[in-house]
Ligand binder design. Structure first.
Ligand code: ATP
Ligand code: MG
Length: 335
């Protein structure tokens, strides 16, 4: 049995998290959930965006599944997601973006993995007004974090039998900060001669990805470019409802979809649960239960390919719970 912290989250979070719980039950994943909320829902109940109980639970369990969490816009609030990533030093954000058969999208041959640095860059939250009408935001890039994420990307490439790592940057303009990032990745790349290595400037990367996504394999990026390129890449394979993710540290991991709380469709049973369910499959891989993880992926892909029980973002007319039920059935039938 694995004890896992479950943070249902805000917006569509509770709906898609409940799909995860059902699917993990269908696959007999032997998980005990410690359900403790964070975010807006938690604030309204407890007066705290991140209750101490949640922090303790993640520290004890070392593994968490997290639904999307809303951070209030404006002054005085550091993003809760960013706070959690920094607190537990889950420095690598891993987002596999892969075409799924049956999904209507501009491309069918995408298979890339985004490795996003998760702890620094403009996300350090160092912002202030210099004087009236002039704001300054500080971008922090360190040798330590850049080398660490580069090592992670190359190790990942080796472990997953990938062929190429592409570093994404804007070092032509930010010569010192992105220049340091690039230097670090380049140095690490020399230790992995079996993996090809290239560097692409982030604006060009955007164009390359929407024209020739099949040319890319593992991408390693500083935090902000990683955030933006992730949504772009999600668009290549059918949208945010499909792309899973993991925040990995040395001994703590928090699994969550790339998408946010989608307030426009929250509470309507419309959200596509796939991204969260595939994030849970990544969690099972991490826990060493690849058998259950593969069963989940097969169930999800079968339902999407059959196309009868899919949500509206995939062109279907099913609800979140109907799609979830179909996935559970597909898993149970395969056993
Ligand atoms: P947040 O501030 O929490 O990130 P947001 O307004 O940026 O919220 P996202 O969750 O990032 O919203 O979603 C962006 C768009 O993608 C929205 O139109 C949303 O409806 C859609 N979307 C996101 N997740 C899903 C999903 N699981 N299923 C269907 N559509 C989704
Ligand atoms: Mg968003």
């Amino acid at each position: 049995m694995n004890r896992i912290t479950l943070v249902p989250g805000d917006g569509i979070g509770p709906e898609v998290s409940s799909s995860v719980v059902k699917v993990l039950k269908a696959v007999d994943a032997e998980i005990i959930w410690d359900e403790i909320n964070g975010g807006e829902t938690a604030f309204n109940k407890t007066g705290k965006y991140i209750p101490d109980e949640l922090l303790d639970s993640i520290a004890t369990n070392r593994v968490a599944f997290k639904g999307p969490i809303t951070t209030p816009v404006g002054k005085g609030f550091k993003s809760i997601n960013v706070t959690l990533r920094q607190k537990y030093n889950t420095y690598a954000n891993v987002r596999p973006v892969k075409s799924i058969p049956g999904v209507k999208s501009p491309f069918h041959n995408v298979d890339l993995v985004i490795i996003r640095e998760n702890t620094e860059d403009l996300y350090a939250g160092l912002e202030h007004m210099i004087t009236e009408g002039v704001a300054e935001s500080i971008k922090v890039i360190t040798e330590k974090a850049s080398t660490r994420i580069a090592e992670f990307a190359f190790k990942y490439a080796v472990a997953k039998k990938r062929k190429k790592v592409t570093a994404v940057h804007k070092a032509n303009i930010m010569k010192i900060s992105d220049g340091l990032f690039l230097d670090c990745v380049r140095k690490v790349s020399l230790k992995y001669p079996e993996i090809s290595y290239e560097e692409v400037i982030v604006d060009n990367m955007c164009m390359q990805l929407v024209m020739y996504p099949e040319r890319y394999d593992v991408l390693v990026l500083p935090n902000l470019y990683g955030d933006i390129i992730s949504d772009l890449a999600a668009g290549l394979v059918g949208g945010l409802g499909l792309v899973p993710g993991a925040n990995i540290g040395d001994d703590i991991a928090i699994f969550e979809a790339v998408h946010g709380s989608a307030p426009d469709i929250a509470g309507k049973n419309l959200a596509n649960p796939t991204a969260c369910i595939l994030s849970a499959a990544m969690m099972l891989d991490y826990l060493g239960n690849s058998n259950a993880a593969n069963k989940i992926r097969q169930g999800v892909f079968k339902v999407i390919e059959t196309g009868k029980n899919t949500t509206s973002d995939l062109g279907g007319s099913s609800s979140t719970s109907e799609m979830t039920e179909a996935i559970c059935k597909a898993i149970e039938q395969s056993e």
